[in-house]
Design a protein around this ligand. Structure first.
Ligand SMILES: NC(=O)c1ccc[n+]([C@@H]2O[C@H](COP(=O)([O-])OP(=O)(O)OC[C@H]3O[C@@H](n4cnc5c(N)ncnc54)[C@H](O)[C@@H]3O)[C@@H](O)[C@H]2O)c1
Length: 255
């Protein structure tokens, strides 16, 4: 049960690098945080780590964001506990890399299911609460790649996240809900490494550094800071925006 006045946050993909960093930051900022992730063991472990780190109780539940029934049940469980879901961070994603020639249709569908359908389902499930309470924050994790080239399905899904962000900002604004996207450039995580060898990953990172005016890769904390800003009261008049957390790499040609 959430304490009266305590804001409640859900972070999907909470067992991953950025999800855990965002969860830690929101918990430190006073949110009651629940992590959702398809990996039940990893999300339980992440929640325990975050509880120890922040001194606040963080929960971790196994939820597949592409499964409409599971999402509905999990969001009902959240709103049923304390009657609220103030901040929704749609962070879960998969990147099944491939150029057009090698794009397997089932990989395409999997990316659309997690990266695009997932955020839509989460918002749909939270809608009754927002209608009742008239306050909410949605932060969708995009990616700098939406501006240019990259793996076909992944880039398309992240461009769709921007479309979803903008149209939901219009639809949910009258309910007092802001909807924004945070679009990071490369953070050195298992997600970005994918199946690359050490040498390939090293070359990939160097190309990113060369196109980044601020001269370093993004850190998970950079992304968490941006999410925390958009989740707070100070960002209350900002909606439908894409906040690039890229050190200026969004201004450069793709690596
Ligand atoms: N790492 C980067 O450099 C980078 C750059 C730009 C954008 N992003 C975006 O940031 C977000 C997080 O990236 P990350 O690097 O932390 O990735 P990650 O792989 O560490 O975390 C992603 C998490 O999502 C979970 N997940 C996958 N499918 C799911 C499903 N169906 N339901 C619920 N959870 C599911 C995974 O189990 C994993 O824990 C993603 O949206 C990604 O597109 C990352």
């Amino acid at each position: 049960m959430s304490a009266a006045g305590t804001r409640v946050a859900v972070v999907t993909g909470g067992a991953g690098t950025l999800g855990a960093a965002i969860g830690a930051r929101l918990a430190s900022d006073g949110f009651e945080v629940t992590l959702f992730d398809i990996d039940g063991e990893a999300v339980a472990a992440a929640a325990r780590r975050l509880s120890e780190l922040t001194g606040r109780e963080v929960a971790g539940w196994r939820v597949d964001v592409g499964d409409a029934g599971a999402v509905h049940d999990a969001v009902s469980r959240i709103t049923g506990r304390g009657g609220r879901l103030d901040c929704l961070v749609n962070n879960a994603a998969v990147n099944l890399r491939g150029a057009l020639a090698g794009q397997a249709p089932q990989d395409w569908d999997a990316m659309m299911s997690v990266n695009v359908r997932g955020p839509m389902l989460l918002c749909q499930a939270a809608l009754p609460w927002w209608r009742r309470n008239g306050w909410g924050r949605v932060i969708n994790l995009g990616s700098r790649t939406w501006l240019g080239g990259g793996p076909t399905g992944y880039v398309t899904s992240k461009a769709a996240v921007v479309g979803l962000t903008r149209t939901l900002a219009v639809e949910l604004g009258p309910l007092g809900v802001t909807v924004n996207a945070v679009a990071p450039s490369m953070v050195a995580t298992p997600f970005t490494r994918g199946g690359r060898s050490d040498a390939e990953f090293d070359g990939f990172m160097r190309r990113h550094l060369a196109m980044t005016p601020l001269g370093r890769l993004a850190r998970p904390e950079d992304v968490a800071d941006a999410v925390a800003f958009l989740a707070g009261d100070q960002a209350g008049f900002i909606t439908g925006e894409v906040l690039h957390v890229c050190g200026g790499a969004q201004l450069a040609p793709s690596a």
